[in-house]
Design a protein around this ligand. Structure first.
Ligand code: IVH
Length: 690
């Protein structure tokens, strides 16, 4: 599938490093943040390329290779659960050919030409769970987490309708069932409708809604959502009383667990394919989302002989449905302006049903994409919806272009504020140069600021932000925190509108109080969330986390950025020069510093996790490094000092507490001697931090 024949060892090494990072990023987005940005096929491509390269160059397998990880990291707030029998994932296939290869390879492995029986089970698009029963009593629930350590969702499972807390038949002493928690399409639509009304965040799809509802620290929220579940496998069981997968499914059904009614036993290749095709046809009419079929060797003895690869069983595979396509008319190309000023074209389509979902918009990526595909308003276009991703335009039916349609002219002025929209060399996007005077950018930045990964202020949904901005109630993030004191019926704004939120349509005393409570609560914020909230170009949640981890406190970070001390920043794995440039540029803008300073007067930013050692003698002290360090790099030394609660300064002054003098230290050392600052050697410093 991938042509890696001619790849050199060096290139492979670089590729593997890139893949490890990309796959981890995608995993975090999918598993931890419930906000996937890659469709299954693209994700799978990365995984396969990684596998292929590792197979060719086994000595280059990295310690952080994605093939060694099963899923994502564990969300820290939940109690951890050890999964004695790991929760594995499945390899994906996308074609009939690959299905044949899969069956063949199993036969070859087992050295048989006999037909092998498989179960074929709809692949539920939800969130996998594990539930343990001891002597028939439900004792613990867990998510998959990283496959070995999951999150404790015992209370959340208990509140799902029909989830059995007791099993009244004679069951094995230790009995752990596993399956999928999901939300039906109807419940998903209802939930989004309600959230929209209440100006709350809506979910992109049922899977995200299920994940967001199940992984709630407060199980009462889970209870309010309509979640469903199915069982399809097991974990730790003290006495396995079934010989085949289908017997297991019958057994759990007899215990009262829901199992998928479309599960089938297939006795040969044809039956496998038939089950795939018939489910694909029926897919849209199912009340829940499925994204493929799982085939499992039915006989447990054969499963045992087949065993496992690193992260997937050899006896099971997931056959994914192809992306669904449809043809419709492109009614308009709208150009939207995002938080960072990027002009993004969006296709307005004649609404059409694609695999059970009504699609009326598609992404067009950027102006080059429109040119490359020669997409014109009025064209008939082929659109595609693959899994979670936003629909895309695959191609244009040029033969259907009836009359002459003019080429699309991408705007060179911002459609929102009229400022020049320019495109820098090497950049695919055109950006509005209006900065915060562009209302679109200001509004998008505000939305970002209050979003879940940032200040997480419930009650300030997109529509509220848009209205408040228009009415000049909130123009900058700081205004959010003065809202309460400004909310007096007598207060009049410049435009004559009185800020009496309780009297707004759809609002009342209760919802206003709720909003103020949420704002109050948000004032204590973690460092990574605060950095993310600033909306610095390219700094997503993962990068914000890296920055927080390395600088520990906001003042460390901000001081370094203002002084343009990039040494530590660029040494962070995952932050490249382009990103560093954007970060520094952000701190060069006076307007940003002004807003940050105002924010710092009202919010409390928690330093990154707990510091390693608050009793350390350098805690709270100011340290200057000078000369060449031999055992540590300068960045490591700085990062260590910061993690022990010290401040790191660039020059020696009366405020300096320690100077760490390496080899060939020069003027800073003499200055320290002059001022009587305590001078320590590199090895003294290492003793302090070890
Ligand atoms: S069996 C060792 N059966 O797909 C096999 N998984 O990529 C363990 N899934 O994490 C999984 N429907 O969330 C199995 N009928 C089914 C499934 C199913 C959905 C999900 C599950 C798992 C992922 C594997």
């Amino acid at each position: 599938m991938f042509d890696i024949k001619d790849i050199s060892e060096n290139e492979a090494k670089i590729q593997l490093e890139f893949l490890a990072k990309e796959i981890e990023k995608a995993d975090i987005a999918y598993y931890q943040n419930d906000e996937p940005y890659l469709d299954d096929a693209s994700y799978d491509k990365l995984r396969r390329l990684n596998d292929a390269l590792e197979a060719k160059f086994p000595h280059l397998i990295r310690s952080d290779s994605p093939s060694k990880r099963i899923g994502a990291l564990v969300k820290s707030e939940f109690k951890k659960v050890e999964l004695k029998v790991p929760m594995l994932s499945l390899a994906d296939i996308f074609s009939d050919e690959e299905l044949k290869d899969f069956v063949m390879s199993i036969k070859r492995f087992l050295n048989t030409s006999d037909n092998i029986a498989f179960t074929s089970e709809p692949k539920m698009d939800g969130l996998s769970f594990s539930a343990s029963y001891v002597n028939g009593i439900f004792v613990q629930g867990s998510t998959r987490g990283d496959g070995k350590i999951g999150e404790d969702i015992t209370e959340n499972l208990k509140v799902i309708k029909e989830f059995p807390l007791f099993l009244d038949k004679d069951v094995p002493e230790h009995f752990e069932v596993r399956g999928e928690v999901f939300m039906s399409k109807a419940d998903f639509l209802k939930l989004n409708e309600m959230n929209e009304k209440e100006h709350k965040k809506t979910f992109a799809n049922p899977r995200n809604a299920a994940a967001g509802s199940l992984r709630q620290l407060d199980a009462r929220i889970t209870q309010k959502r309509n979640l469903s579940f199915l069982v399809y496998t097991w974990g730790e069981v003290s006495d396995i009383r079934w010989k085949t997968q289908s017997e297991f499914l019958d057994y759990v059904k007899s215990l009262g667990f829901p199992v998928n009614p479309y599960n089938k036993l297939c006795l040969n290749d044809h039956e496998l394919l038939d089950s795939f095709n018939s489910l694909m046809e029926n897919r849209a009419s199912l009340p829940y989302d499925i994204d493929g079929i799982v085939y499992k060797v039915n006989d447990l003895d054969l499963q045992k002989r087949l065993g496992f690869l690193t992260r997937t069983p050899r006896w099971a595979i997931a056959h994914k449905f192809p992306a669904e396509q449809a043809i419709t008319k492109l009614n308009n190309i709208r150009v939207q302006v995002g938080r960072t000023g990027a002009l993004t074209p969006v296709a307005d389509l004649e609404p059409i049903n694609v695999g059970g979902v009504l699609v009326s918009h598609a992404t067009l990526h950027n102006e080059d994409e429109i040119k490359r595909k020669d997409i014109r308003i009025g064209d008939m276009v082929v659109i595609q919806r693959a899994g979670d991703v936003i629909p895309q335009i695959v191609s244009v039916l040029k033969e259907k272009r009836s009359s002459y349609l003019p080429e699309f002219q991408f705007p060179v002025f911002c459609p929102e504020c009229g400022a020049h929209a320019i495109r820098e060399e090497d950049e695919a996007v055109r950006r509005c140069t209006g900065g915060l005077s562009c209302p679109a950018q200001a509004v998008e930045r505000l939305k970002h600021f209050v979003s879940r990964e940032a200040f997480n202020i419930e009650g300030l949904g997109d529509k509220v932000i848009e209205d408040f901005y228009k009415e000049e109630i909130i123009k900058t993030p700081y205004d959010i925190f003065t809202l309460k004191e400004r909310n007096k019926p007598t207060d009049l704004f410049s435009n004559g509108i009185s800020l009496n939120l309780e009297n707004r349509e759809g609002w009342g005393v209760k919802s206003v109080k709720k909003l103020f409570d949420a704002i109050e609560k948000s004032k204590i914020i973690s460092l990574q969330k605060f950095i993310y909230a600033l909306g610095i170009r390219q700094v997503g949640a993962a990068t914000a986390y890296l920055i927080a981890k390395h600088y520990h406190s906001f003042s460390n970070f901000m001081t370094a950025m203002i002084n343009q001390d990039l040494q530590l920043l660029v040494s962070i794995d995952g932050i490249g020069p382009a990103m560093a440039k954007d970060i520094v540029e952000f701190f060069k803008e006076e307007h940003n510093i002004f807003i940050i300073q105002k924010l710092l007067s009202v919010v409390h930013i928690d330093d990154f996790e707990s510091l390693e050692n608050t009793d350390s003698e350098i805690f709270g002290k100011t340290i200057v490094f000078t000369g060449t360090l031999t055992s540590l790099t300068r960045s490591e030394a700085k990062s260590k000092a910061l993690s022990f609660g010290a401040k790191v300064a660039g020059s020696v002054s009366a405020h300096t507490d320690y100077v760490v003098a390496g080899e060939n230290a020069g003027s800073k050392l003499s200055k320290a001697q002059e001022l009587g600052v305590k001078i320590i050697s590199e090895s003294d410093f290492i003793k302090i931090i070890s």
